[in-house]
Design a protein around this ligand. Structure first.
Ligand code: FAD
Length: 426
């Protein structure tokens, strides 16, 4: 633990450098009144689960760190349901599930916490199993107005339905979630096809991926070079046959290697050893996540656009990467949650990073992020609100592009659940 008691030990460097007013660990009955009375107008309570974003701690704000008191994991085997505390990180969930030969559609990193589960949760397995929010069965927590709430998907009253939908995709604005019940799945072997490719090959592979069956997904990172992962889950003979057919199409890509894993929990995507981008503890960063549909005949123009973006990146650590959704995520009713962009196939994210004390570079890098977003908007016009940016000028537009036709409903929910804006503002 850090010596200064007002610093939070978290993976996100911006947040771990923030000088907090105070850290608290438990949601107590009087937390809401007590803190509301001592808050200044623009202040709110920051909530930390995995601590991977720049919004879990801010200078002179109070952080509620859920990792200590809300770290329980309990499997109800007969129901295939796992109940986890609001401060559990995906690594611990995956280790536990691995020991039971089970899986959950977790994302590309084991670092994120409940923020991953509550803001959508796009996994390399989502094309077959849906988003993380599609597999939430129960939720417990405290609304911003202090009311304790316990909801079960199959036992919702008509008044609770909208709140349930709000929790799936927009929970950070409404409540502090202390427990989440998740549906789990039987683990199966995974084949990974991975390696460095050039931009011409990336365009061919994106084209191929847009025709993938639901057991396959493509993820790529474009930093200095391009690295890809194609994931294939092999549940039965049919999966084996289909995957073989696609592997044959990749035979000419000599740099790609195939690895087989016993199950999904064993895979580490984009490890440090690959040296894909500079991982620098002296840097601060922001990430913006976009959403869009199939690129189809626009793949070549998109690759050209990506080349320009990467050529102009102001710091070696900056990059653009993408993951593929679709399949099951497209089939689910868009009204069932506040993740409304169900037609999406691609979720690219722009990672913008600068030397932490260099304000000039920060401005240049954030401009690069915004300009790159502007360029990519024609392909990916929507936003996945996986990071809350109310400290950046882009916040309002990001919120609108995430919730669009449901934004006014969300604002109404916010007024009911968190009327004093104890939690991050919309
Ligand atoms: C390396 C890396 C890889 C990633 N890969 C993926 C991926 O594959 N797919 C994907 O969809 N996303 C991915 N993400 C994005 C990540 O899932 C989101 O940014 C997520 O919000 C991070 O959650 P956290 O708990 O780690 O962060 P935190 O910084 O702790 O939390 C972020 C915010 O979420 C809210 N929050 C968190 N927990 C709670 C809670 N229990 N109750 C109420 N509010 C809460 C708070 O407002 C908090 O400020 C990745 C992020 C990283 C850093």
């Amino acid at each position: 633990m850090k010596k200064n008691k007002n610093l939070l030990e978290v993976p996100n460097i911006n947040s771990s450098d923030a000088q907090l007013k105070k850290i608290i660990y438990k949601v107590e009955d009087n937390i809401f009144n007590r803190f509301f009375n001592s808050f200044s107008k623009s202040e709110y309570l920051c909530v930390c689960s995995g601590g991977t974003t720049s919004s879990c701690a801010r200078d002179n704000f109070i952080t509620l760190d859920l990792r200590k008191e809300y770290d329980h994991i309990h499997l109800e085997k007969e129901k295939n349901l796992i109940k986890i505390g609001g401060g559990v990180i995906m690594k611990d969930l995956m280790n536990f599930l691995g020991s039971q030969n089970k899986i959950f559609p977790t994302g590309l990193s084991k670092l994120p916490g409940a923020g991953y589960l509550l803001t959508g949760g796009i996994s390399p397995l989502s094309r077959r199993y849906g988003l993380a929010i599609d597999n939430i069965e129960t939720i417990k927590g405290y609304l911003g107005n202090g009311t304790f709430i316990s909801l079960e998907k199959n036992n919702l009253s008509s008044d609770q339905k909208l709140l349930w939908e709000g929790f799936k995709g927009a929970a950070p604005f409404l409540a502090i979630i202390t427990e989440i019940g998740l549906k789990t799945f039987q683990a199966h072997p995974i084949q990974i096809i991975e390696g460095f490719i050039n931009d011409n090959e990336l365009s061919k592979i994106i084209n191929l991926a847009e025709g993938f069956p639901e057991n396959l997904s493509l993820q790529w990172i474009y930093a200095q070079d391009i690295y890809i992962y194609i994931l294939a889950e092999i549940r039965n003979d049919l999966d084996k046959e289909i995957t073989k057919k696609y592997l044959n199409k990749l035979e000419n890509f000599s740099s790609l290697k195939i690895k087989t894993y016993e199950n999904y929990n064993q895979i580490n995507f984009f490890p440090k050893e690959l040296d894909l981008f500079e991982l620098n503890k002296n840097n601060h960063s922001e990430v913006i996540s976009l959403l869009g549909e199939d690129l189809k005949e626009r793949i070549q123009i998109f690759i050209k656009c990506m080349k320009e973006i990467i050529r102009s990146k102001p710091n070696n650590s900056c990059y653009v990467a993408s993951q593929q959704l679709g399949g099951k995520t497209k089939e689910i009713d868009p009204k069932s949650s506040f993740f409304i962009h169900r037609k999406s196939t691609w979720k690219p994210w722009i990672y913008a990073s600068w030397k932490k004390d260099d304000l000039k570079e920060k401005e240049i890098v954030l401009n690069w992020m915004n300009e790159s977003w502007e360029k990519l908007k024609i392909f990916f016009p929507k936003i996945h609100l996986a990071q809350i940016h109310n400290h950046l000028n882009s916040h309002e537009e990001e919120v609108y592009l995430s919730f669009e036709e449901r934004l006014s409903e969300l604002k109404t929910l916010k007024n009911i659940c968190d009327p004093e804006s104890i939690l991050p503002p919309l």
